[in-house]
Design a protein around this ligand. Structure first.
Ligand code: AMP
Ligand code: GLY
Length: 418
């Protein structure tokens, strides 16, 4: 079969890496891909949000299945367009993608279906939003409704900051039309963890849990990033918590999807805040997480393409999704300045000296001849399967071989909380 993966991050490298192990695949393409995906797939120079050209490519190349990595093409309706042309594509349609594309849509879905989440109100008018601040304590969380490259959530410590944030989003329009509505939300305390699910026609099949490190500096300090380290499973997810999540979150999601007219096939990423075994949903994403994918897929046994096909056909069973007992951990090497401004194009050296026990996923690299260069804020995910403390040692030992100008990384990934 000919398979096309859309996207260019570590997530897509991990997807291509796993898919390249499938006997069913004769040709694997990644659009636009990165230096890492070029090692296991053929890169196609079409941007992930250029739906028209992707459609044309899939038709002329006779792609059998397309797998969509990032949220933007999903929200733009790539699945609707491919399906209209009779092409097989794994991912939710634009209606279901609103669960990520609009925070207001997602919150309404949660409230309508009794899914535990932070109390919220949503507004388009600046004056109304300012007035609504009276209904919340501090810190308060303010979110732009739409997709803002992970920058649309602001935790406001006091009223002054909240008013300024509302002004920036609603009046100054710093996120353009993605911020034409805001969600004001109660601040939740606890520990964050994420759960990815395969979804087949509104039925959820949870994968193994993961813990993502969002802040750039050790000790969870500094600004939020897309995620700079991760491990799976999260020790928070005990049997007891899993059962609570199934009953209070997963089952109501399935019922809600049916009731509200979805036909969701793809991936649902559920971001949780968990306090005293009480899970509340922070957000939905309608795609694999990054770097969650880099630690979850190496633990998945068997053929990933088979799971995608069965989910699309509607005959996926829990036994099709089997996991390695071993843990997996990754540390992301970043460009100096990330998540703010950073430079690209620095040569990466030392990759050949990395141990075979390490999997190096590329988040943001380009390949020129035999050389790799930095091409993003997140550059490489240094990954190991095994006991977390052993993985920690192996990963940090091997990072010493790798070098590029202004390389940074957190030193505290995988130090498990007591
Ligand atoms: P979101 O994109 O909605 O998950 O928000 C991004 C990040 O902001 C989350 O991963 C949390 O760290 C934080 N966050 C979002 N909503 C809340 C909330 N209600 N309470 C506390 N932290 C939150
Ligand atoms: N790591 C969080 C995300 O993919 O959104």
């Amino acid at each position: 079969m000919k398979v096309l993966v859309i996207g260019s991050g570590g997530r897509e490298h991990a997807l291509c890496w796993k898919l390249s192990q499938s006997d069913k695949i004769t040709e694997l393409y990644c659009a636009p891909g990165n230096g890492g995906t070029s090692l296991v797939a053929t890169n196609v120079n079409i941007a992930a949000n250029d739906v028209e050209r992707l459609l044309k490519f899939a038709k002329t190349t006779e792609i059998d299945i397309t797998i969509v990595g990032p949220e933007e093409p999903l929200v733009l309706g790539i699945v609707d367009e491919f399906e209209e042309e009779g092409l097989n594509v794994f991912g939710p349609n634009s209606f279901s993608a609103k669960l990520e594309g609009s925070k207001d849509f997602a919150k309404k879905f949660m409230v309508n279906n009794n899914i535990p989440t932070a109390r919220y109100e949503s507004y388009t008018e600046y004056k109304d939003a300012i007035r609504a601040l009276d209904n919340f304590a501090y810190p308060v969380v303010i979110k732009a409704d739409g997709l803002c490259l992970g920058k649309g959530v602001v935790i406001c410590e006091d009223r002054q900051m909240a008013e300024m944030t509302l002004k920036e989003i609603l009046q100054d329009e710093i996120f353009g039309k993605e911020g034409s509505r805001v969600v004001i939300e109660e601040f939740l305390k606890g520990t964050e963890a994420s759960l990815l699910c395969f979804v087949s026609h509104n039925k959820l099949y949870p994968m193994e849990s993961a813990k993502d490190y969002k802040q750039i500096y050790d000790g969870d300090r500094g600004p939020n990033t897309g995620g700079v380290g991760c491990y799976s499973p999260s020790p928070l997810f005990t049997q007891e918590l899993n059962e609570i999540i199934k009953k209070n979150v997963l089952e109501p999601i399935e019922v809600g999807l049916e009731k509200e007219g979805h036909d969701f096939t793809g991936i649902l990423f559920i971001g949780f805040m968990i306090e005293d075994n009480n899970p509340k949903v922070l957000e939905f994403n309608v795609r694999f997480g990054d770097p969650e994918t880099e630690v979850v897929l190496p633990r998945l046994k068997g053929d990933l393409l088979n799971i995608f096909i069965k989910a699309m056909v509607g005959n996926l069973h829990e036994d099709d999704i089997l996991w390695d007992e071993k843990s997996c951990m990754t540390v992301v090497l970043t460009s100096g300045g990330y998540p703010g401004y950073y430079k690209k194009g620095f040569e990466i050296t030392g990759l050949k000296d990395v141990s075979d026990e390490i999997i190096v996923f590329h988040n943001g690299t380009s390949k020129l001849g035999e050389k790799f260069f930095t091409n993003g804020g997140r550059v490489l995910s240094i990954t190991s399967v095994g006991d977390i403390s052993e993985s920690r040692e192996l990963i940090y030992e091997n990072i010493k071989h790798i070098s590029f100008n202004e390389m940074g990384y957190r030193k505290d990934i995988g130090i498990l909380e007591a």
